[in-house]
Design a protein around this ligand. Sequence first.
Ligand code: KIV
Length: 260
Amino acid sequence: MPTVQEIRQASADGEPLTMLTAYDAPTAGIVDAAGIDVILVGDSMGNAVLGYDSTLPVTMEDVASHTAAVTRATEEALVVADMPFLSYGTSEGDGIENAGRLLKEAGANAVKIESGPHTVELTERLVQLGIPVMAHLGLTPQRLNQVGGYTRQGTTESDAREIRDLARRHEEAGAFSLVLEHVPDDLAADVTADLDIPVIGIGAGPETDGQVLVVTDVIGLSASAPPFAEEFGDVRGEIEDAVTAYREAVEDGAFPDSND
Ligand code: KIV
């Protein structure tokens, strides 16, 4: 398994980091065996597999139980569990307890926190306690109601400056890597050049140290995907074909064969 320290070093070594979400044991086993460096048990599970239309309803119980399923099936990849909406930020104690639970009970190796000015101190405290933190800037979907949609961030000079500044502050606070979501390519390139820790982009262009996507988008299972995602398969089509073939076989009497 790559350690947090090895992931931290990856930007220095120049090898692109690969990260993909997974939410269940069979998918995690496939993602792990394919050699993906980091598996993120993202709160994107809200949209991807739990049927919500945002990440806001996702609970600590959801993330803990899906993370435990993923860690049971993962041998090599580093497993990062996402801190869901309001599992941090309400008080330092709650943030620490919830992050600790994802390591202690669910077996995650690190947590990811949608970051802002309010998460610098929490990041520092968690790292002091031995809980590795992946920061997340740019589009942070838990702030959907504040930003008004899943729109590209960092497009004005002042927003870009704030993202650059927060990226540095989270690196100084001890974050071992940073996810940068849906920002202009040149801003992502600047942040990547500025930081020593690896920057993992999603909708942030090709100049970051690594890439992350949501697994259901990558395999072609999602009903809809963000503009920056890419389908590398057609699992929705495969499932539709298999389920239709099963229904037809039962209706035609072709399945099952006699047991005798
Ligand atoms: O929840 C998630 O899957 C994420 C990634 C899209 C980075 O935050």
